[in-house]
Write a protein that binds this ligand. Structure first.
Ligand code: ADP
Length: 495
């Protein structure tokens, strides 16, 4: 698809115009409207995409329904497995191009995105395995007489998927692959900030032999997402994004009581005890937020540090941040790329102002990068605030930028009280050499994942999702596929 330059640090260029994938055809939006994709490292336009709206969502859902009720319905698990494996093989063959597209469109450093390219293929191969491992159960019952009872699993139908920008390929695959494995059909609405990799994924899926209508892709903005969330023809919707949008989706979904799974925001605590391996903890706690410029839903953005080591440890974390090279996402030396958009830059800068206003002390970073090379892009340096209270906005609200709010604590009980005092519950970290303390604290943390002496370690086999306002449903793990299936009970009178 793109003119991938041999030298990936070459300035961004217009890649091409892209279209919508509906019923196996690439079409313009019915309205004829388009929108621009911007390189966040430079602010330059890199592509023009079809702007799908309600009418295009209608068409895509109709195509998905036709496919679901057509020959796709009879597809054997092994055939669905073959399709997913074929997509994975094609991604392997186009790794460099897909890494380039993602890095360019959302600003992830190319070295990091490249190193992460085994994740989308790993996900596809994991779900390909699950496609041939679906089974219902026979059930012993106590009915009077002789009745055979069993439960069948059936694909739920047409699945809507709405994704964010912060890991474009993997997050789209996390929504699409289990749906295809289960025998569903899909309408994907990728983020307007990062749709190029999703469109390329659609092309590869077609090349792999995914039948028309099984995967539809409607690029566009929030109105297209809202139309999908409200659509009566969608049986289940998977969403990853902000809690506010998740709440709008819950309301929109009520019309046909569609099943939802929501992976929403977080304000995850990362708890460092004085007895931890502090070298590992400093690096781990820094990258738990600075990776991806903090645009990670489970970023450990509230750094809780035992008081006896607080000042020294916070300085070490800040030093890790200062050592990271900020630059154009396609520069192989870059460790910190830009935020995805001007809107996100303004949002994060609002929190950089709010921190000191509420009494937090700035330890490092704190202002948008404005030197010549970075001025046109949306760059914020790794930032650390100390002396933060858990009731400040920078401790309560998701910033989605490279900003750490450090909070001291005196003992494990106080750490837990602060950690759990949040409306969210997505990730959490515990750093200690004391195994009993690690177990006690991780058991008492109210979050979907707890990392002990590590952070952000994720694998297709390990379930991921939120407590409380971080959402519901779990992605990954063997049970993820159940989110895409109905359970039908059958009772047969054998008398
Ligand atoms: P952000 O604004 O930070 O990008 P969102 O949660 O709003 O985060 O966006 C995530 C995804 O949700 C994007 O694909 C976006 O287009 C979509 N979206 C935005 N608003 C709505 C909505 N009201 N209903 C459904 N999807 C939406």
């Amino acid at each position: 698809m793109p003119n991938t330059p041999n030298d990936p640090s070459r300035p961004a260029i217009l890649l091409r115009d892209t279209r919508l994938l509906i019923g196996g055809e690439w079409t313009s939006a019915r309205s004829g409207q388009t929108f621009e994709s911007v390189d966040p490292s430079t602010g330059q336009v890199i592509a023009r995409l079809a702007r799908g709206g309600e009418a295009d969502i209608d068409d895509a859902v109709a195509a998905a329904r036709r496919a679901f009720e057509g020959p796709w319905r009879g597809t054997k698990p092994v055939e669905r497995q073959r399709l997913l494996l074929a997509i994975a093989d094609l991604i392997d063959r186009h790794r460099e191009e897909l890494a380039y597209l993602q890095s360019l469109e959302f600003g992830g450093p190319i070295s990091v995105v490249r190193a992460g390219m085994s994740r989308p293929t790993g996900l596809l191969r994991f779900y390909a395995g699950l496609a041939t491992a679906i089974h219902g159960e026979t059930i012993e019952n106590s009915l009077p007489g002789h009745f055979l009872s069993y439960a069948l699993k059936e694909p739920i139908g047409v699945v809507g998927a709405i994704t964010p920008w912060n890991g474009p390929l993997s997050v789209c695959i996390t929504k699409i692959a289990p749906a295809i494995a289960a025998g569903c059909t899909v309408v994907l609405k990728p983020s307007e900030e990062a749709s190029l990799a999703a469109v390329r994924l659609g092309e590869l899926a077609v090349e792999a032999g995914v039948p028309p209508g099984v995967l539809n892709i409607v690029t566009g903005a929030g109105d297209a997402g809202a139309a999908l969330a409200a659509h009566p023809g969608v049986d289940k919707l998977g969403f990853t994004g902000s809690t506010v949008t998740g709440q709008a989706i819950i309301r929109a979904s009520a019309g046909n009581v569609k099943r939802l799974s929501l992976e929403l925001g977080g304000k995850s605590p990362d708890i460092v005890f004085a007895d931890a391996d502090l070298d590992a903890a400093a690096r781990g706690a820094a990258m738990a937020v600075f990776a991806n410029s903090g645009q990670i839903c489970c970023a450990g953005s509230r750094l809780l540090v035992e008081r006896s080591i607080h000042d020294e440890f916070v300085e070490r974390v800040a030093a890790v941040g200062r050592s990271l090279k900020i630059g154009h996402s396609l520069d192989p030396a870059t460790q910190i790329g830009p935020l995805v958009s001007r809107k996100q830059l303004d949002r994060v800068c609002g929190y950089l102002d709010a921190g000191p206003r509420e009494g937090a002390q700035l330890v490092s970073g704190g202002n948008r990068c404005d030197d010549d090379a970075l001025r046109d892009g949306f760059f914020v340096p790794p930032t650390v605030f100390a002396g933060v209270r858990n009731d400040m906005r920078i401790a309560r609200e998701e910033i989605f930028g490279p900003v750490i709010s450090a909070i001291p604590f005196d003992d494990a009980d106080q750490a837990l009280a602060i950690a759990n005092d949040t409306p969210f519950g997505l990730g959490a970290g515990v750093w200690t050499r004391d195994v009993k303390k690690a177990h006690r604290v991780s058991g008492a943390l109210r979050s979907g994942t707890v990392w002990i002496n590590c952070y952000l370690q994720m694998d297709p086999s390990i379930p991921f999702g939120g407590y409380r306002m971080s959402g519901y449903g779990r992605e990954f793990g063997t049970r993820h596929i159940d989110e895409f299936m109905q359970l039908k009970s059958v009772v047969l009178d054998m008398g």
